[in-house]
Write a new protein. Structure first.
Length: 204
């Protein structure tokens, strides 16, 4: 996996992956200021034509970096997706979106998935009133995701912003509370990569 500054990861892969929250949309973002691959010859270099393997590897890297998963996580979720009805690529996206760290991010409780992952691991997140510390916990329809302990006071100061936050259609934020609910399975998810290339990679 590509290691280094978050925005360099995005520039290297040529896609915004939401690694730095709102900063990624700022004119100050290096992705905006330097729309080319990182490196000494970045501005002058021409993109190299990637082989089929190279394309598949690049898309796999985007998945792993955006959702914060490793190869074994991704392979396990893909194996689960293949057992489900429908397109395995779309089922894989659904499973990734249902990860607790992603849901915390999607609800606006954290500025990035990495920050959301920390909230989960540190015991700040509850599901149906019970503390869950596994970022990969897969939520279900009707699950209620809340905040545990002292962090509630911090987020209460941001309650007005949370109430204005536009959550995805499959999630809803409960008015007046620092909690959200899964009201349907993930749908209409826009992602900055080619799912089919990942499917082809795992299908070989």
């Amino acid at each position: 996996m590509f290691r280094g500054p978050k925005e360099k990861k995005e520039r290297a892969l040529g896609a915004r992956l939401g690694l730095k929250g709102d900063r990624a949309l700022s004119p100050k973002s290096s992705f905006v200021r330097k729309p080319f691959r990182p490196g000494v010859h970045g501005p002058k270099s021409r993109p190299k034509a990637l082989s089929e393997f190279g394309l598949e590897s690049r898309e796999k890297s985007k998945f792993k970096i955006m959702y914060g998963v490793n190869d074994s996580n991704l392979k396990r979720l893909f194996a689960m997706a293949e057992l489900e009805k429908g397109a395995s690529g779309m089922k894989l996206i659904e499973f990734l979106e249902r990860r607790l760290d992603n849901v915390v991010f999607r609800l606006g409780f954290a500025v990035s998935r990495a920050a959301a992952r920390q909230l989960v691991v540190q015991g700040h997140i509850t599901v149906n009133g019970k503390k869950v510390v596994s970022p990969g916990y897969m939520v279900k329809v009707k699950d209620v995701i809340g905040i545990n302990g002292e962090l509630t006071k911090t987020l209460l100061t941001q309650k007005e912003n949370l109430e204005k936050y536009d959550a995805p259609s499959w999630l809803v934020i409960h008015p007046g509370k620092i909690e959200g609910e899964v009201i349907s399975l993930p749908k209409d998810i826009e992602i900055p990569f080619e799912v089919n290339l990942l499917v082809e990679s795992f299908s070989k």
